[in-house]
Design a protein around this ligand. Structure first.
Ligand code: PLP
Length: 304
């Protein structure tokens, strides 16, 4: 049985940075950022944590490959390709939609890391959680370890709880993160105690009256999902967002990505301006990485 190598990412690079806030804007609130973007250029942020137990499972079972799902711009697909290669596993990516003539930067990177890319119709892709479809894939690709889209599921949540080990214990009143599948959000809730509010900012439409999977009844009232910040939907972008991301970088030297963390920090500043947080709140934003996604923007859109 092979073990997962220790050094796939560099966890000790995850600093906690302070964002300067003006008194008039923030009352006595403080804002810190857990820089998970720094643990690896590609296997960054929450993706590593969500993949970890799937990779471990594959090695423990003697499987020699992993298979997962994503769109052409998926951070998860690229992270899976790179992490699998470092773990000595092969990887297969089931990609939504027709094979494009030109690969997106994400697909180029995934293919470059040795991932076998399989393009399927949207109809087929939508069966990604259907046991019969998964059985077909298992038979066809020699029984790989199946990782659900986005690294969702129990092993993904379990990995995400470990992010809380990198935080100053007991210090924060509010944790804030971007939400795709909600696996990261669920992990932050499971990894913390009653004293922490955990706020998720969905970057897609359709999260009204939604709570992440795996949240115990007793934890529900400390989870908030604020749905007003998707800016039109997944990967939708505008000048206001780019201006914010550039200004934020000038002020903090923290780069953000336009799909997730740009919208997260935009929302935090908006909430601070609106006095959403009680006085003297101590906020921790999770920088969940994803910077490789900015490669799809035209040059000079961002200053970093
Ligand atoms: C995938 C991703 C997320 C979303 O994480 P979920 O666990 O799916 O909610 C957030 N931020 C970044 C940068 C991501 O790449």
């Amino acid at each position: 049985m092979h073990k997962l190598p220790e050094n796939i990412v560099n966890l000790s690079a995850a600093s906690t940075d302070t964002v300067p806030l003006t008194e008039s804007m923030a009352g006595n609130c403080t804002l810190e950022v857990l820089r998970l973007d720094k643990i690896d250029p590609v296997i960054s942020g929450n993706k590593w944590f969500k993949l970890k137990y799937y990779l471990e499972q594959a090695l423990a079972k003697g499987q020699n490959s992993v298979l997962s799902f994503g769109g052409a711009w998926s951070n998860h697909i690229v992270a899976t390709a790179f992490a699998a290669r470092k773990a000595g596993l092969q990887s297969i990516g089931i990609i939504r939609g027709e094979r494009p003539a030109d690969f997106s930067p994400s697909l180029q990177k995934a293919a470059g890391a040795g991932m076998q890319l399989v393009f399927v119709s949207r109809e087929a892709y939508n069966q990604k959680n259907d046991p019969a479809f998964i059985k077909q894939l298992e038979d066809k690709y020699h029984h790989p370890c199946i990782i659900p889209e986005g690294g969702a599921g129990e092993p993904g949540i379990k990995g995400a709880t470990e992010i809380t080990r990198l935080m100053k214990p007991g210090h924060y009143t509010h944790l804030l993160c971007a939400v795709g599948t909600g696996t990261l959000l669920a992990g932050l809730v499971q990894g913390t105690t009653r004293n922490h509010q955990v706020i998720g900012i969905p970057v897609l439409k359709g999260f009204d009256n939604w709570l992440p999977p795996g949240i115990a009844e007793t934890n529900r009232q400390r989870v908030k999902v604020l749905t007003g910040y998707h800016m039109g939907g997944y990967a939708k972008k505008n000048e206001q967002l780019f201006e914010f991301m550039n200004r934020f970088y000038f002020k903090t030297h923290i780069p953000t990505d336009f799909v997730y963390t740009g919208k997260l920090f935009f929302s935090i500043f908006d909430l601070l301006k609106k006095n959403y947080f009680p006085a003297a709140s101590r906020l921790l934003a999770i920088h969940s990485g994803g910077l490789q996604g900015n490669d799809s923007l035209p040059p000079k859109t961002l200053v970093f």
